[in-house]
Design a protein around this ligand. Structure first.
Ligand SMILES: [Zn+2]
Length: 407
């Protein structure tokens, strides 16, 4: 089996974390100067690992194996959340490079190919999953034309030109080349830690439905308008919010979560009865049927609130991503490799967060592996994982990759 070099792996992760270091974490928005510098560094590491590497026209770093046998694609992202952690995404990319090196160094892996990718902008500086969507042909030019950085308003076209890749073609997936796609990631939650497990074999990625619920009443004076004749959009909002919460609690599956993460009152002033209000309701679940059931219930409750008055209530679905299931044979390969290196210390689990794998899964059989996040913390500079767990995860990843390619 290919043997990973833990020191080399951790060393590269620490070096990558120097690009945009912030406290103990990293601030590296996609296509910022420091992000471009880190991408050039990745090209060098991939080239050293024996891959044909370049930065494509959307900022993806792609390293292709020169082998002619069966091939796996591995990757994740190296852009970060603002003042984020050093492992979120970066770990999966460096795993890919380390596995490519381990394969190169193992005569028994001769002819087996590992391609590695760092997908551009997973964290949403310019859009959602820009790099991986571009790779599967789902990111039209018109969307790039419109995209601007949430950090500083820079148009994406300008950022790509500055990076020197405006004239470079965008790489496109060739499904015939690959057995599939594997992505390793930190868990970003506390399930592994509280279960005292060191490896998570991901069963799927939850689907996310987002609804915008709007309320319209009558804006008026907060001192002179008697309670019985008010049409207070804020009251209508909080009542429906409460009703949905109660009803969802009865209907939820074991893994359902929902959040009202944004509420706005108009005009949002202390002495004015709000005439308008809106809230964003997000629902996540690994089962499409459960998502549809909860969506239908939210619509029914909104319609009932509208009929009851005194405010008008409307609900519209503003986005949805369907749940993604991981490839069963790949999950089995992860199970087996985990049982060899960490007997009894692994578990299967769904991912509550979105990942590039859900995009790649539209074109390739895909699967994911998790390692524990200390204290369950992520999207913060204090995010961390024990070095022993990082090394263990990479070895399990490498063994599973070899088994899949030989299978
Ligand atoms: Zn990530």
């Amino acid at each position: 089996m290919p043997k990973i070099d833990a020191k080399r792996l951790i060393g590269d992760l620490r070096k990558l974390a120097e690009f945009g270091r912030y406290e103990t974490g990293v601030h590296r928005p996609c296509l910022s100067d420091i992000d471009i510098a880190s991408r050039r560094w990745l090209v060098e590491r991939m080239t050293e690992a024996g891959l044909d590497a370049h930065i494509d026209g959307i900022g993806n770093v792609i390293g292709r194996a020169r082998t002619s046998g069966p091939c796996l694609l591995m990757g994740s992202h190296t852009d970060t959340q603002p003042r984020g952690g050093w492992l979120d995404g970066a770990m999966g990319v460096v795993y890919g490079i380390e596995v490519a090196r381990a394969f190169r160094d193992d005569p028994a892996c001769k002819g087996l190919g590992i391609d590695v990718a760092s997908w551009a902008d997973e964290e949403g500086n310019f859009g959602s999953f820009c790099g991986s969507r571009s790779f599967i042909g789902d990111f039209p030019d018109a969307e790039i034309d419109k995209a601007v950085s949430r950090e500083d308003g820079t148009p994406m076209r300008q950022a790509l030109a500055k990076a020197g890749v405006a004239q470079v073609a965008r790489a496109q997936v060739d499904p015939k080349r690959y057995r599939g796609y594997l992505e390793a990631h930190i868990e970003q939650g506390g399930k592994l830690e509280t279960s005292r497990k060191r490896i998570g074999v991901v069963t799927g990625i939850v689907g996310i439905y987002l609804f915008r619920v709007s309320f319209s009443g009558q804006q008026n004076h907060a001192g002179t308008t008697p309670m019985p004749i008010r049409k207070d959009a804020g009251v209508a909002l909080t009542e429906l919010c409460h009703t949905i919460h109660g009803r969802f609690r009865q209907m939820a599956g074991p893994l359902t979560v929902w959040t009202v993460g944004q509420i706005q009152l108009d005009p949002n002033m202390p002495s004015i009865i709000p005439g308008r209000a809106h809230m964003l309701l997000q629902i996540r679940d690994p089962e499409p049927d459960k998502l549809d059931e909860l969506a239908a219930e939210a619509k029914r409750l909104a319609a009932a609130a509208d009929a009851a008055g005194p405010c008008r209530v409307s609900i519209e679905q503003s986005s949805h991503t369907l749940p993604t299931k991981c490839h069963p044979a790949f999950m089995d390969a992860f199970d087996k490799a985990a049982e060899i290196h960490a007997p009894g210390s692994w578990m299967r689990m769904p991912s509550g967060a979105g990942h590039d794998a859900q995009i790649l899964a539209k074109k390739l059989p895909s699967a994911m592996l998790f390692v524990p996040s200390i204290g369950g913390v992520s999207h913060h500079f204090s995010e961390d994982t024990a070095e022993g767990d990082i090394a263990l995860g990479c070895q399990v990843f490498a063994d599973a990759a070899a088994a899949i390619l030989r299978g």
